[in-house]
Ligand binder design. Sequence first.
Ligand SMILES: Cc1ncc(C[n+]2csc(CCOP(=O)(O)OP(=O)(O)O)c2C)c(N)n1
Length: 1035
Amino acid sequence: MHRLRTCAARLRPLTASQAAQTVGPQRPITITSTGGTRTFQPIRCYTAPVASEPFLNGTSSNYVEEMYFAWLENPKSVHKSWDVFFRNANAGAPPGAAYQSPLALSAVPQLSSLVAAQPNVEKLVEDHLAVQSLIRAYQVMGHHNAQLDPLGISCVNFDDAPVNTGFQDVDMDVFKERLRILTVGGFYGLDESDLDKVFRLPTTTFIGGSESALPLKEIIRRLEMAYCQHIGVEFMFINDLEQCQWIRQKFETPGVMQFTLEEKRTLLARMVRSTRFEEFLQKKWSAEKRFGLEGCESLIPALKTIIDKSSENGVENVIMGMPHRGRLNVLANVIRKELEQIFCQFDSKLEAADEGSGDVKYHLGMYHRRINRVTDRNITLSLMANPSHLEAVDPVVQGKTKAEQFYCGDNDGNRVMSILLHGDAAFAGQGIVYETFHLSDLPSYTTHGTIHVVANNQIGFTTDPRMARSSPYPTDVARVVNAPIFHVNADDPEAVIYVCKVAAEWRATFHKDVVVDLVCYRRMGHNEMDEPMFTQPLMYKQIKKQKPVLQKYAEKLIAEGAVSRQEYEEEIAKYDKICEEAYNRSKDEKILHIKHWLDSPWPGFFTLDGQPKSMSCPSTGLTEENLNHIGVVASSVPVEDFTIHGGLSRILKSRAEMVRNRTVDWALGEYMAFGSLLKEGIHIRLSGQDVERGTFSHRHHVLHDQNVDKRTCIPMNHLSPDQAPYTVCNSSLSEYGVLGFELGFAMASPNALILWEAQFGDFHNTAQCIIDQFICPGQAKWVRQNGIVLLLPHGMEGMGPEHSSARPERFLQMCNDDPDVMPPLSEDFAVRQLYDCNWIVVNCSNPGNYFHVLRRQILLPYRKPLIVFTPKSLLRHPEARSSFDEMLPGTHFQRLIPEEGMAAERPEEVKRLIFCTGKVYYELTKERKTRGMDGTVAIARIEQLSPFPFDQVKAESDRFANADLVWCQEEHKNQGYYDYVKPRIRTTTQRAKPVWYAGRDPAAAPATGNKKAHLVELRRFLDTAFNLDAFKDQQ
Ligand SMILES: Cc1ncc(C[n+]2csc(CCOP(=O)(O)OP(=O)(O)O)c2C)c(N)n1
């Protein structure tokens, strides 16, 4: 079989794309229509294919392949000219020499015995090849000629002589013109005289239905019907024959787009709801922004069809993400949020309940479980809350979907799925779309197929597509993952719901992404207050003439007799009444509750009022036995006949040694935290670039058999039979996408520890949007807690401006604790303070404290994001170790590690108290020792930077009452922690003492690229830190 494929492949001519030699820029083309003049970029045009045989071209390959397979089975089953050709090719004839025309055959003595020519066979073969090519041309390029634009002013083919589309009676001139466009100039030798000839249909088409041969005229008509009406199917780039065949069957089979009366009436009713909802809002709140759906009303039946069909296929949970456009309509008519809850969002007089700062109405999320009326099955629908930042929610939806699949054991995505909606400009422009697509087929990130729906209103705010993208369609990004793209004219609701059905079936069949491109228009401006005529005057003149789609569809059904005018009007009146009644009820609402807009409830985690069940955190320590057990697993290979790398054996041995000595290094401390939580039934997922081994080769959570390819072992999953599963996964090289994904994963359940590790801390800035828009303010905007953990390697180690700083200043600047107010101290101060903060920022100086903070993350009675600045050189620093004693029952995370050395013995004699955080502590203690200042300088480590340990900092400065106060950091003065800690330390002393600075000078870059300069800077700030006169002249 393999040989057969290779041989066929050798015979196959190059495809157009393989043969492409130049992709030359072309002049933009101007199209004039009744609606005005628009200019478009031309599509990329490839040069003519280079065939390996003179008569072969890119589109005849399937035919030749079929012939070849038939010949292999029985050489007599094909025409003799093919027989000769295949024999010669198999005998190794070079390209161009294998084919012998019948005349030449007789002239070549050594082949003369093989065949004798038949006069018209060559023409017959050529004509069949031409028909085959024609069919293929429609399959490949037909979408360029489909009538996709409801306004009729755009033409994706960008040709200045657009052909009439949808012709049914074949006019040879039109046909030639069509072929010229479809085949980039080729005409295949077919002529008018061929139109009535009957041709056998290849197996790569379904236009014949039950017939295997058709007259050319009918072939063309059927191809036109399948590919050049209101649906443009873009799929021939998919490199899977079965998938291509599946799509061909769905769109080519005659009569495939039939709807029952019932379906048409349901569709009309859905169009009524979609249209009248916007009209109702416009009538009641004409001066309010709502980003209405006018011009793309068929989005609502589109989504409902996808959901119905998916529910029919067994899906029980649909997670959706979408931008502003039509969001309220989707909430009302797809998710079925109570209308009064939506309407009261428009009431500016309503007071907000004090649950956070809230968000505008077209960003809020929603969760709803209900019965799907079409399938009569339960379905849970959620729309994720999102920020204004377009497409940022995409990976979040995927992560949440993956988590829901994980928790219900849905390994193939049969029960849980995601739908992502996009605007055309954002889909083409935002890189996160690409990052999200690239997660779609990765084992630890796949959600087994997402259905993407693009509300392609052919404009982005004020920008035309020709300025918004360099690709013909806004959807081209989907081609990278071989997702089929169904373009559809949104003014044809039946075509829309047909492609949506096919999209849902595609997902259910292949578990891969698919795109529905709803080509529509935007009746109003970008929002209802906006004037579109400033920038798109001709387009909007056309839009003003455009009959609304509901009206068009209703007239069609009335003309067909599917509904009467009276029934249609009753349907409208019925929905208007529903809206009016809800509007009246909405006036009874007195308070706006954001919690009504929760997209991810955590049943059972909070009290019924949504409060934490306690305000305390138990000890995060473990028994000696438990520590030992996890330590043993961490230093062993729990499967038999598994050969690990020699270097790793040494690492495991040294771990075993540490366990015997009752100590942990960084990696082992992390192991203890993860292992114990897993044993307590908490799922752990650690994701990021190269996290399995660890960027710094310290972790080694996945062992690789050195003798068997791809054989791996995760010891953490061998802890105990009833443990929770551990997922550790190397991610794609993405920060924005992967962090968004993990954030979404963490939303699904509070009973899991989800960690994202940046390769180096500074790389988090390519995911800044997820941090700024979701992690930092998520709870305040959407009353939604999240316990995600960010591990950000950080430290000035002479590695240059990059790879050094995780930018602590940025995280700290976004903390919501007040620098100037000393919070009231109480017994549960530490837990309360954590409850009130927007996120927790820590820099642990030893593995024991890291262990505790990870465990605390789960043992707290609520969830907050945790930002951990993690070390690099400390991973192997001999002093950065912790004893089991610091991790036993009764021990806790230390927010501040006070001075415990010689200075603590006579605190009154201490002249200086240095506060610091993280790795610089080790540099300070070394320097202090060298200078013999252990008794005069105290050093306290602030391990939890935010919320700031006001109480413990105060206790420490009170203890060393005669000392001056210094903040020492290795970062530059305008970076790091200084600006954050200084006012807070001053608050603890009631501003009685100044807080001096010892650290690097202000700088633009986070670190120098020069190792020597790095060391000089270090020396300088250490000198300052220990020079007791350093600040005298500043006093
Ligand atoms: C990341 C980001 N950049 C810019 C904006 C500002 N903005 C809001 S809507 C919009 C146009 C979006 O166009 P499109 O994606 O086609 O959706 P439409 O509004 O046309 O439905 C822009 C630029 C934004 N919200 N997000």
